[in-house]
Design a protein around this ligand. Structure first.
Ligand SMILES: [Zn+2]
Length: 182
């Protein structure tokens, strides 16, 4: 038996989809935006309460919008690219909070994944500047190499932290500044 939450999600999604079949309808939707609510005061369209991450999803065919959708309901669509993007969006918020509260943040798997670094590069988080010879790819490549490395020198760690603080931190602050409800 399906849970009440899942039934509520399906009926909300189907109501705004072109297809009347759930398995087809899930392919009509994409993640449009995400906000974080530190007050946990919103509820998902399925009825689940106390959401932290409020996803907006958009129908690619008819332009309909559904909001807010919780992370666990995003996963109910059972689409890998939606799941991957939802995970990255949440990691961006977590990383911003970490860089805001800890000025010595290191490149660890607590906050970083290869996919997250790739997303940051693809979205121009790395700034071309005098330290990378005005080639932002070098900083991305350096972080990937360091992330894959078991043992890093003190200097390498320092450089990685500098890139996080000088490029990634301002990028996240700008990207997420209007998206956090505290
Ligand atoms: Zn839900």
């Amino acid at each position: 038996m399906e849970s009440l939450y899942l039934r509520n999600l399906k009926s909300a999604v189907l109501k705004y989809s072109d297809s009347s079949n759930w398995n087809a309808a899930v392919y009509e939707w994409e993640i449009y935006d995400v906000d974080e609510d530190d007050t946990l005061s919103e509820s998902c369209v399925c009825g689940k309460e106390n959401l932290r991450y409020l996803f907006t999803i958009k129908n690619k065919i008819n332009g309909n919008i559904l909001y807010p959708i919780g992370s666990s309901c995003i996963h109910k669509f059972e689409r890998k690219e939606l799941n991957d993007l939802a995970t990255i969006k949440e990691q961006l918020f977590k990383l911003l909070h970490a860089v805001e509260s800890n000025e010595f943040i290191e490149l660890t798997s607590e906050y970083f994944t290869r996919k997250l670094l790739r997303y940051l590069y693809d979205n121009n988080a790395f700034e071309p500047n005098q330290y990378n010879g005005f080639n932002a790819y070098k900083d991305y490549r350096f972080l990937i190499d360091m992330f894959n490395k078991r043992n890093r020198t003190y200097k390498q760690n320092q450089k990685a932290t500098a890139i996080i603080l000088n490029s990634i931190k301002p990028y996240l602050e700008k990207l997420l500044k209007d998206k956090i409800k505290r």
